[in-house]
Design a protein around this ligand. Structure first.
Ligand code: SME
Length: 175
């Protein structure tokens, strides 16, 4: 089965937020995440919980999930919520690959402006903007990238970047 352009009944189109509303939503989401993950050490449980609670509070999170470093220069899909994700992504391809390669956050205001198949991999054609944040463990090793897609252009900015980088550091670099 491959990804379809049709939006399934259980996924809603995105709704963009202004900066102040974003900050308020992130504060609520992060408080819920930290409360639920208190004392938790399992990486997969942490990832599943982060996905669920961010998608609950942020209305422009259409696809949210982690791609795990699964081999040399290779990512494989991990916990996610949304439509069908691509299973494997090489470091040489897409926005996720670039985030892994450069070990820094990628903000993409318009995914359709990128070269398809090389600069951007369209797992779902409904994705119109995205942010990808690298995830490190306590020893500074890259363990995953965190990928969020919206169905609208320009959903993500430095507010998302600041909150998400802080969150990934606190949740995955701590143990
Ligand atoms: N956006 C990614 C591909 C993964 S999907 O969006 C779930 C990329 O181009 O790297």
């Amino acid at each position: 089965m491959s990804a379809s352009a049709e939006m399934p009944y259980f996924i809603k189109p995105s709704l963009n937020l202004g900066r102040e509303d974003k900050r308020a939503a992130y504060k609520q989401a992060l408080a819920a995440i930290y409360a639920n993950l208190e004392g938790e050490e399992d990486t997969i449980l942490k990832m599943a919980t982060v996905n669920c609670l961010l998608k609950t509070y942020l209305p422009y999170y259409y696809w949210v999930g982690f791609y795990l470093v699964s081999g040399p220069e290779r990512l494989s899909v991990g916990p996610y919520q949304g439509t069908l994700g691509c299973l494997h992504i090489d470091f040489s391809r897409g926005v996720c690959g670039r985030a892994a390669r450069e070990r820094r956050t990628q903000l993409v205001p318009d995914t359709h402006a990128l070269a398809q198949g090389t600069e951007h991999i369209a797992c779902d054609p409904n994705s119109r903007s995205e942010i990808v944040v690298p995830v490190f463990d306590g020893e500074g090793r890259l363990i995953a990238v965190f990928d969020v897609d919206s169905t609208l252009e320009e959903s993500f900015d430095e507010v998302d970047q600041a909150y998400l980088e802080g969150l990934m550091g606190r949740v995955f670099e701590a143990n």
